[in-house]
Design a protein around this ligand. Sequence first.
Ligand code: 3VV
Length: 188
Amino acid sequence: MPISIDPPADAPPPQKHPKAPGPGERTTPHYEGCRGCGDVPGSLRLASWVGEDGVSVHSRFDVRDEHQGAPGLLHGGMLMTAFDDALGTAYTQITRAAVTARLETDFRRPVPVGTTLWFRSRVDAIVGRKIYVSGVGFLGELDGEVAGTARALFVKVGAEHFLRHGRPEDLEALGAPREVIEAARAGN
Ligand SMILES: CCCCCCCC/C=C\CCCCCCCC(=O)SCCNC(=O)CCNC(=O)[C@H](O)C(C)(C)COP(=O)(O)OP(=O)(O)OC[C@H]1O[C@@H](n2cnc3c(N)ncnc32)[C@H](O)[C@@H]1OP(=O)(O)O
């Protein structure tokens, strides 16, 4: 039986982090090697902007041949990757690093290759380490026909999560000293 990811009704509305970009600006990438939003081979190359309210985020995903599941149609797992990234980008407007603990997706329409998918995502509530996020994916334009919806629970983590579990050479490339990585991996 999965644990509920319904946001608590009485949680205060999330506030934009003071250092987060403002309305209309591109969001800050969370990691340049990301296969959701990074400029690297195999990436969906999702691009995201801050909404007018300064809190929500909208994102663009151009669906190409390499994203197919069925002939000429977007793979469902690729749509989930796009939602994971779009929803994960929404929380960066509010708070520091967190990882996906649960992601639920409803697939409402097939998405043909060549479509541009647009997403609206927002943080619904934050309670302690738990961040409740939801989003909608639209065919062709923001607020167009709904292709899918998703909601997720992200859980805040510290640098030690990445230092302990990440591949050492990738962490070193980000500037983490080897002894710090080794200490984290040893559980110190
Ligand atoms: C110098 C360099 C160093 C740093 C460089 C950093 C660069 C990176 C920057 C930014 C990164 C941003 C990356 C975003 C990318 C897109 C998102 C992804 O793809 S993330 C990958 C996929 N996800 C995972 O791999 C998570 C794997 N899972 C875990 O690691 C753990 O399970 C974790 C952290 C999620 C929770 O483990 P616990 O031991 O810390 O905490 P517990 O107590 O289990 O959970 C906390 C609360 O959350 C609830 N919870 C946990 N899992 C749940 C679930 N599946 N459903 C519902 N509730 C859940 C629990 O019931 C608990 O709630 P109660 O506090 O008791 O109320």
